[in-house]
Structure formats: structure tokens, C-alpha cells
Design a protein around this ligand. Structure first.
Ligand SMILES: Cc1cc2nc3c(=O)[nH]c(=O)nc-3n(C[C@H](O)[C@H](O)[C@H](O)COP(=O)(O)O)c2cc1C
Length: 345
């Protein structure tokens, strides 16, 4: 898709030549090589700033720029006030002790932090990547305005009609509309509310009157999926799971193997790993702990971090968060360029 018009407004986000955005995927899969390969091939590659220091984000932006002259995006998690109940988190830690012992590791400290928010915003203002997307909430208006003044196109992730209208009012240049099929964390603004269940295609249709371009995310793994989503009114699709098996992705070995093993046949939404709803391959940890996992992101995320790292190190796919969307079974292995080509409508 060349720069065209959507709802009468110019749409040239990242100067896409194909209407496909590679989803930011924090926790390893997103790499400068992956973002650069996708952007060089005409899609919009994305870096994931989540869980990284501002210095690491700076280094990744510069590394990506050394690999491609094409625009790319950077995604940031918006910090929210803590919702963790310390007693519930302590009880949860108790219930995780056997898993930590099985991996001969200890649990992390269930601490609150803002993921180096202010320093990351400074880096983004300084380096001004073509696109910045935010997930989990709407940043304060000063941040939105400063980025837009720096020439950055600001995209906000939404999961419902109500969130979409709030995002448009805040001045978002485009919306990433995430449906329930999506892998990874749900972007729901209220972390304790049940995530929206309206399927992506219906959600996109319900948002047709929104006056900014919509980037549709959730379950897009083939060119036919892209064609159908675009036919409902989306300007582009955002695919994550489809790129998890890309040669250039930093997907952990155990995660990559699980996606292809045939052992995992379904996905579920759980807060067991991070204290916030996220979709991944249904595994033993989810089955054992979903029922007693409390809300509390990022506290629970930090609590389980050493456990997940130890599981990844020994290839224990049943104690690792295997984020994946509902359609993981139809994804392919190959170069990012080949995967991007397979997603073309
Ligand atoms: C492994 C993984 C990590 C993700 N990390 C992020 C992230 O850091 N920021 C974000 O906005 N979305 C993240 N997502 C969600 C994607 O942006 C997108 O909504 C989702 O991948 C779309 O559904 P699909 O996986 O079926 O393509 C992640 C998804 C996956 C699979």
C-alpha cells in the first residue's frame, strides 16, 4: 500500500509499501535484525522497548538504523499505578516455590517499577524514530505532543470501542486495534477488567467511523487473513506470531521448538506469568497456576522472571511463557522477507 488516504486523511505511516506491520514483541523475539529486515522489505518493522533499559533501547534503535534506511517503529509499555495486593502476591509466591525448586532457582522480588519510562521517552525524543506505539494506556498529553512535534507518528494500542475513542481524542495518529485472538499481553487499559471478547473482524467493523487509520492485530498469519482484515476497513495488519519463527527473530529456543512440536495444540489467556492477561500456548504452568494467580503487573512479572529464565535455559517449555496467538499452528519458518511475502494480501 503506497501512501493513500484512509477516511479522507493521508496514511503514510512509515511509508509502508505493503500494509503489514511486524508486531513489537518484548521478551526476546523483537530484534534490530528482524525490524530492519521487515522494513527493508516494505513492511513496518518494530522494536519492543518493554523490559529494557533506556540505554538498551537507544542501542537497538541505532543498531536498526545501521541495518536499514527504511523507517521503523518502537513500542513502549505505558506504566500504570500498581494494582497488586501484597498479601495475594506473597501467597502466590508460596504456591510457586515448588516450581522454583524444580528448576533449582529462586523467585524474583515482586517489585513495582515504571520500566525506565522517563528515560525511554527522552531517547525517543532524541532519536525520533518514524513511529512510536504505546501499549496498556495513553501517555500524558505532554509526551504525545512532544513526540508529534519531533515528527514521530504516535500510534496507540486499543482493545475496545471505548478505548479507541479515548485514544483518538488524545491525538493518536493511528490506532493498533488488538483483537482477542492476539498473542502476548492484551493491551486493555484497565488491567483488572476482563479483556474484550469481540473478535477482531467485528471490532474493526465497529470502528469504521474512527477518523484515523486502524492497524488490525490478532490472528493474522496468511495473505488471505490480511486480505479479509483489510476488506473490513483496516488500513494495515500487525502480525506477531507469524514472525516468531523468523530467522531474524530472537525467539527463545524452547519457545520456537514448542511452536513447532505438535505437543501444544491450543492457546489460553492467563495472568499466571505476569499478573496481566496474556495469550500463550497452554502449558503446565498455566494449568497449575492460572486459578491462583493475582493481578499485579509488573510485580508478578518480576516474581516469575528468574523462574522463566531458568526454564528457558533448560528447555522446560512447561514453565516458560510461550506467548502465541490463536493461529500459531499455521505459521512458517523462514526469513522475515519470506514471511512478509506470505502475509501479502
Ligand atoms: C511473543 C509476543 C510478544 C509481544 N510483545 C508485545 C509488546 O512488547 N508490545 C505490544 O504492543 N504488543 C506485543 N505483543 C502483541 C502484538 O503487538 C500483537 O497484538 C499480536 O502479536 C497480534 O496477534 P498475533 O500474535 O496473532 O499476530 C506481543 C505478541 C507476542 C506473540
Amino acid at each position: 500500500m503506497a501512501a493513500g488516504t484512509v477516511h479522507g486523511r493521508p496514511f503514510s505511516l512509515g511509508l509502508l509499501t505493503v500494509p503489514i506491520v511486524q508486531a513489537p514483541m518484548a521478551g526476546g523475539p523483537s530484534t534490530p535484525r528482524l525490524a530492519a529486515a521487515v522494513s527493508t522489505s516494505g513492511g513496518l518493522g518494530f522494536l519492543a522497548a518493554g523490559y529494557k533499559s533506556a540505554d538498551a533501547v537507544r542501542a537497538e534503535i541505532l543498531a536498526t538504523r545501521s541495518l536499514t534506511g527504511a523507517p521503523f517503529g518502537v513500542n513502549v509499555f505505558v506504566p500504570q499505578p500498581s494494582v497488586a495486593d501484597s498479601t495475594a502476591v506473597a501467597d502466590y509466591a508460596e504456591s510457586l516455590r515448588a516450581d522454583a525448586a524444580a528448576l533449582t532457582t529462586t523467585l524474583g522480588r515482586a517489585r513495582y517499577d515504571d520500566d525506565d519510562w522517563a528515560n525511554k521517552i527522552d531517547v525517543l525524543l532524541d532519536l525520533a524514530p518514524g513511529v512510536v506505539s504505546f501499549t496498556f494506556d495513553i501517555p500524558e498529553s505532554g509526551v504525545m505532543e512532544a513526540l508529534m512535534t519531533a515528527g514521530v507518528a504516535v500510534v496507540l494500542t486499543v482493545t475496545s470501542r471505548a478505548e479507541a475513542y479515548r485514544a483518538v481524542e488524545s491525538g493518536a495518529r493511528a490506532l493498533c486495534v488488538q483483537g482477542p485472538e492476539a498473542g502476548g499481553h492484551r493491551g486493555t487499559f484497565d488491567p483488572t477488567s476482563e479483556p474484550e471478547a469481540t473478535p477482531l473482524l467485528q471490532l474493526i467493523e465497529e470502528l469504521r467511523d474512527v477518523p484515523v487509520p486502524l492497524i488490525a492485530a490478532g490472528g493474522v498469519v496468511t495473505g488471505e487473513d490480511t486480505r479479509v482484515v483489510l476488506s473490513r476497513g483496516a488500513a494495515a495488519v500487525q502480525a506477531g506470531t507469524a514472525f516468531l519463527r523468523a530467522d531474524e527473530a530472537g525467539t527463545k529456543t524452547a519457545h520456537r521448538a514448542a511452536l513447532m512440536s505438535g505437543e501444544f495444540i491450543s492457546t489460553s489467556v492467563t495472568k499466571a506469568f505476569s499478573g496481566r492477561y496474556a495469550r500463550g500456548l497452554t502449558n503446565g504452568f498455566m494449568r497449575d497456576h492460572d486459578h491462583d494467580a493475582p493481578f499485579g503487573y509488573p510485580e508478578v512479572h518480576h516474581l516469575t522472571t528468574p523462574l522463566r529464565a531458568a526454564a528457558a535455559a533448560v528447555g522446560d517449555a512447561h514453565r516458560l511463557n510461550l506467548w502465541a496467538g490463536m493461529n500459531f499452528g499455521r505459521t512458517m519458518t523462514g526469513s522475515a522477507e519470506a514471511i512478509l511475502a506470505s502475509l501479502r494480501p
